[in-house]
Design a protein. Sequence first.
Lengths: 370, 916
Amino acid sequence: MRLANVLNLGVKELRSLLRDPLLMVLIVYAFTLAVHASATATPETLNRAAIAVVDEDRSQLSRRIVDALYPPYFLPPVLIDQTEMDMRMDAGIDTFALDIPPGFQRDVLAGRVPTIQLNVDATRTSQAFTGAGYIQAIVTSEIGEFTARHLIDAAPRVDLALRARFNPELDRGWFTAVMSIIDNVTMLSIILTGTALIREREHGTIEHLLVMPVTALEIMLGKVLSMGTVVLLASGLSLVFVVRGWLSVPIEGSVALFLAGAALHLFAATSLGITLATIAGSMPQFGMLLMLIIVPLQLLSGGATPRESMPDFVQTFMLAAPNTHFVMLAQAILYRGAGFGVVWPQFLALAAIGTVLFLFSLNRFRRSLQ
Amino acid sequence: MNGVPSDRATPPLIVCARGVGLSHGRIRALDSVDLDLAPGEMVGVIGPDAVGKSSLLSLIAGARAMQEGRITVLGGDIADARHRRATSPRIAYMPQGLGRNLYFALSVFENVDFFARLFGQGRVERDRRIGELLRATGLAPFADRPAGRLSGGMKQKLGLCCALIHDPDLLILDEPTTGVDPLSRRQFWELIDRIRRNRPGMSVLIATAYMDEAARFDRLVAMDAGRVLATGSPADLLRRTGTDNLDAAFIALLPEEKRRDHAELVIPPRPEGPDGEIAIEADGLTKRFGDFTAVDDVSFRIGRGEIFGFLGSNGCGKTTTMKMLTGLLPPSAGTARLFGATVDPHDLETRRHVGYMSQIFSLYTELTVRQNLELHGRLFGMAETEIATRIRTLAQRFGLEDVIDARPDALPLGQRQRLSLAAALIHSPELLILDEPTSGMDPVARDELWNTLVTLSRRDGVTIFISTHFMNEAERCDRISLMHAGKVLVSDTPANLVARRGSATLEDAFIGYLEEAAGEEAAPAPEPSPGGTAAQETRGERRFDPRRMLSYTRREMLELLRDPIRGALASIGSAILLLVLGYGISMDVEELTFAVLDHDRTTTSRDYILDIAGSDYFVERPPLRDHDDLDARMRAGDLALALEIPPGFARDIARGRPVEIGAWIDGAMPQRAETARGYVQGMHAHWLERKMRERTGAPVEGTFNLEIRYRYNPDIASLVAIVPAVIPMLLMLIPAMLAALSVVREKELGSIINLYVTPVTRTEFLLGKQVPYVLLGMLNFVLLMALSSFLFAVPFTGSLFTLTLAALLYVIASTGIGLLVSTFTSSQIAAIFGTAILTMLPTMQFSGLLDPVSSLQGPGAVIGQLWPASHFITISRGTFSKGLDFTDVASSFLPLLLAAPVLLAAGVLALRKQAR
């Protein structure tokens, strides 16, 4: 292998990329506006949840409860009557509907233990559980305070000082911002290397390379390195200027260490791109393959929903995906400020996956040239 | 309208161009060009490469937007879109390049059929016309063969069939015979002559680089550097220049400075060494593709410094043989040796001695001419200074100095050929393998090239293995081989071949050999009856013609069917994704890890911990040793929750003193943290309540009950919530990606020209292309619904009809988005990336898949409100889980209904009906 060849082929790839202004615009968009939009759009876990209250009691206590449901967790509660409730929930207008029965305050004070009903639209899973918990806590605390003067304070005076580390406000934008960069890194590196190879094949230029003293390894490294560099540069800039600058997300750990991890991930992802390109016969087939691969990579890597809640076989299977390890190390480094001593297993895993994918794709690429 | 009566005194001109000018950036392609074409006339545009012949023809055809001047075609201004629409059924345009406007996945019949439908012909008429044309061109036996597998000559004939299907009054052919073998060329012109006899009113405008063909035209327009040099009949031109052949006449017409360097090519005899070294040796070379034998037992020996010509009909195996010699293709049998060493694809050293030029232009169109040459030099390991000198020399020799910083896709065929040749020569190879290097080059350039080759051969001893269709080039070779159907028919010096055959010229000898080998297949079929063709009504005036639209639908559908892998990936892929995501995405947060730093270690503190450890939500990890341990394990992400119970916890509770338990949750993943916080708070409250009751003996119940009803999904099964949302996601991403390449692919591969020059409107084009993808999308929908009911057993409670109707509208929208991306991108790469980035973010994050749209804020909220997926998810969840029917979700239909026309309108606006 000659390094000069890899370099020359790499420069050629970069020039090709620059010649497609629209592609450049899309890349810039992906790492700036798209990151910003997804970071600012996604709410805190419970944000502006739509809630309606059927207040059949209209007492001091029931009003207290209604007043306690306020933004940012909830949209201002809409007061409705019983008949509207089903219709509104069916139409998806309200996620929660709280039904306070008549005589609620009287019954509470008389110790008759009345029942308050909370309807939850369980198809909106992300809000359903947390929201129900919040409402439960709010209602309990309001009733508790209301009845405090009536009941003897017998409870132990134990406070729970609950703090969230690494993201004290539990601002989901912090999380989404970095995760969308990760998604972009994976998607872009697969697309750029894969399509670059298919284009060479469709335009016949690969044939020309092969009559020159250039090896398959050099051709492939040229693509992997050039596209990897572009994506690495874009993600580094995006992290510093968009995430830390524009979105003011504090980054606790070392950006350099993160980028080192990203480089390893890129190695794996670009190899994956080449593999897909050797499988796909044409650009349209590649487009389909891409969707099949990228959607699970993004949704099941732990960057969208927590890994722990996935079924065991999915968790195990996704360990083979480079994304999973990249998401883990990104979270550890960028949020928890973890050093190499903590994230080395992920580095190791990425290096291993990358090597396997690279060798596999090289082998496939060589055979596809025959 | 079928031709103009010839007996009229002064028939109106078919084409009248005045002062036409055109610039591509800084390059001036045409400069005040005038041209007239009378009814029934056949005019040839001749001239060197890059003089604007193609630009002129595409302007007249209406394929390119006018810049300067005025062209009247068939009685109207071609710059006027309405006139173009009205006249396009009367014009046929065949662009340059072998089969550039054909669809290679479609069969011969289907290609012609596609054009026939575009021109709105009924079934009977179509079948009759296609039958006639295929018979007349000798393509009838190959009606079912995919166009991509035709030889170059057959592709050109097929292109002609497609152009003639609608009886045009004006036929415009741009270098129709470039790259076509002599036999096919002869047949091609015979065909044109027959057609003209049958349709005397038809005018023909042809650009060509073959001067021998130019002799058959009524009138010639000689062009150079964007200007007209001379016009007149071939005889006129010969007389004016005092020459005896058109090649010479043309050279004489050139301006002085271009002519100066040109001298009659003289080939010095080859210094014959009896023990000459063998440069190339093929021994029983055979190549089979499946059961098709492309090259059959070919043997030859070529000495060092020899110029060896390879001739043969299109598709006879010349290119395959050359590829085996370069090591690009491994032979099925036999051996190939270069300089005595067997060709080994892994032997990089041999490649340094070989220069190869492929038949199809295969340099990087993204790089400039200079960058392409530099890349080649560097990859051959040349020194930088050497590269610079070499590029200067080659650029000068091949006339590439003016375009050195232009990109090859902006260059005409001839100049691209020269660039390819320069690239093959950059490293001064000892052996040149050139596959039709002069196709599309003008006579002067060809002579110059041959000068170079002769010098290389005679002075430097470079061996040259060259294939060509030009007989005067074949005559210049030391020896030639004739190939047909994979076999070498004969090998000898040109003179010997003519003598052996006893024919007048090499061309006659060549055609004689070919006809002998091919048997009688070359005999022209009976002439088509000219009578019926006149019965043609006026078409193309209608704004929207479903037949034209369906023609594109059929074509797109056929292409989809010819690529079953793609369709299968789309359907099976959707199913797999539903499975993976249905099981994989889960909103439940459980098995959170926690550990405790217990300073108290009493039964009370254990009791508190046990409450948490005993729940389903938390899994206890080994206790924490100290704060450092806590910090390290949280940083490593081992713990989602850490608790610190202070010393004297039990004692202080007993004494009624306030106590504080410290709790830290890992906020790195906020959603999980929120849920964990809720769990901990709940359990803490529960523990307090229990303690209180234990101490006071108060009633077991609390002060009130909160009854939580999880509606629509009582078991809180993630699957029930996820499946109705994943289906919309998949029906967005997959159909959009399917449609995303359909337009841009035509742009990249060239067949977009059919949109420019046929009566099809942009709306018909886009809608026609959309239909097959909508059908495939609906097929996916059915598949996904079946999976969700039968495999996942997700209950479906509402109106299936409502959901299906919504799905149809939704799939129209998602394919529309793909098409829109396809219309404004110019490369397939950008289309794939653009579609992925533009559909995935809104669908996954802003459409209510995970977070309800109502809770979003900022630009994401706006996108979420507009994005079709949001509304379809509402309908899908409503009909799946909430038992709703049409009236309940009617409000979500409106945005879906609006999406289709809005997207179509945007697509039509983004799409151009002419090249720029």
